[in-house]
Ligand binder design. Structure first.
Ligand code: ADP
Ligand code: ASP
Ligand code: MG
Length: 440
């Protein structure tokens, strides 16, 4: 059994969906195909939810109508036979009727999650209708019946495994299964999701649960590149990464992978391949336990970082101070990315400001607390890079013009991170591209 996940751009146009059907029917291996919403749909649904939450139902109605029109023209190119055409139109009507009903009832966070789920529900149902037209035998597996998260939004891999196995058992004769990425059911039984970009996480969880031979992530680029191609002009694909390296890159901002998407594959030892739907013959990136080579492989950037500084003379020669500070973050389930300390001060960074107010209040008794925002963590990732000769001098020689705010070295053997004001992100990534990779 293998897993093939196709992202938004891979299903975002009718001809791309046609191409996806070619890719999934190329070999005979049983497969679970995980689909994202058509590109732009989740953003549009977020917009609809925001308009309703802000009480602007007229705007929401216009947004719903525009999205429906997009789907109507999409299916005109997707399917050709009258029967499948009508089926597709009915599916669209059904889902947009649901959105129109939501317009009339009072808004809640739970309802918003229902809105966000429509994208993946639509893409998988439309793709299934196209496969039916092509005569490709397959089964649609509803992710809401097996993708379960707990009260802390953590996927319940044990439950997922059991429920998925039960569903697969019901269709033992089938070889192609289609399911939704991103969406899941929470501990209250409501529709929920694995956060933006979460279809990669769905694929990896399914790969782990199904003990898959490989988890293929098909997207719009030929694998993990050495730098962020949205920011830097000349970037090159990396052939091989270890799970550790890939996890660091995903966590520290390489958008090609959802931040949490590596651990299930790593834990259950399923190789991950990053492949390009538009160039299926390209090598892409293979992610396994093997790193392949030693040294710098890539840099990534994570925006939206808040830095909290706590200064206190009571820290001098005191013990237990850091523990007390970390306990505050633990209480609010807010993870810390970077830490630096001196005798009288500690600085930590967080990427989730949801409980910032409460955290700051609880830190006040420890000393003077200051917050700086609009920071970016730039991570340099590679197998054993902390031990690579001259790595630090190379890094800082490249960055003489950058006001580096913090440095993290030695925490992981595979990562060196620096914190910079976000306005310096582009320049930092460009300078590192030249300094570390010789690419301009
Ligand atoms: P999908 O819709 O298939 O999930 P995403 O847009 O989420 O695709 O991820 C693919 C995009 O990730 C690429 O188009 C690229 O712009 C961006 N990206 C950011 N950093 C990297 C990187 N280091 N390597 C490859 N792609 C990256
Ligand atoms: N459709 C969701 C999003 O746009 C999930 C995904 O594409 O991975 O965030
Ligand atoms: Mg993605």
């Amino acid at each position: 059994m293998k897993i093939m996940k196709f992202g938004g751009t891979s299903v975002g146009r009718p001809e791309r969906m046609h191409q996806v059907s070619e890719l999934i029917t190329k070999d005979d291996e049983a497969k679970i195909v995980v689909l994202s919403a058509l590109s732009g749909t989740t953003n549009a649904l977020v917009g609809i939810g925001d308009s309703i939450a802000n009480g602007n139902r007229e705007k929401a109605k216009q947004q719903i109508d525009a999205l429906e029109a997009h789907y109507q023209s999409f299916v005109k190119e997707l399917v050709k036979q009258e029967k499948t055409c009508n089926k597709a139109k009915n599916i669209i009507a059904e889902h947009f009727e649901f959105l129109n009903i939501i317009l009339k009832i009072s808004f809640s966070e739970a309802l918003n999650k229902d809105i966000l789920a429509q994208g993946e529900l639509l893409s998988t149902k439309l793709f299934s209708i196209y496969l039916e037209e092509k005569g490709v035998d397959h089964e649609l597996l509803p992710a809401l019946e097996f993708m379960i998260i707990d009260t802390y939004d953590e996927p319940q891999i044990g439950t997922i495994k059991i429920k998925l196995a039960q569903l697969l058992q019901l269709h033992k004769d089938k070889k192609i299964f289609i399911t939704q990425g991103y969406i899941c059911r929470n501990a209250r039984g409501e529709v929920d999701n694995l956060k933006r970009g979460g279809s990669d996480y769905s694929a990896s969880l399914i790969a782990a649960a199904a003990n898959a031979s490989v988890c293929e992530i098909w997207t719009d680029i030929d694998g993990m590149h050495n730098n962020d191609p949205r920011v830097v002009k000349k970037t090159v694909p990396i052939e091989q990464l270890s799970f550790e390296e890939a996890a660091e890159l995903a966590y520290f901002g390489a958008k090609i992978l959802h931040p949490a998407s590596i651990w299930p594959a790593q834990f259950y030892k399923v190789p991950v391949k990053l492949l390009n739907t538009m160039q299926p013959a390209a090598k892409g990136t293979l992610i396994t336990e093997e790193a392949g080579s030693v040294g710098v492989k890539a840099v990534a950037a994570k925006d939206g970082i808040f830095t909290i500084n706590i200064k206190s003379s009571r820290m001098l020669l005191a013990y237990g101070f850091l523990r007390k500070i970390f306990e505050v973050f633990e209480k609010y389930r807010t993870s810390i990315d970077m830490v630096t300390t001196s005798e009288v001060a500690v600085s930590v960074t967080i990427d989730n400001p949801n409980h910032l107010k409460e955290i700051l209040k609880e830190l006040e008794p420890f000393g003077t607390v200051e917050v700086e925002d609009v920071h970016t963590i730039i991570s340099v990732v590679g197998n054993e890079i902390a031990q690579t000769p001259n790595i630090l001098s190379k890094l800082f020689e490249s960055l003489t013009s950058i006001p580096v705010r913090m440095v993290s070295y030695g925490g992981s053997k595979h990562n060196i991170s620096i914190l910079v004001p976000s306005e310096y992100k582009t320049q930092t990534l460009q300078l590192l591209n030249k300094g570390l990779f010789g690419l301009e």
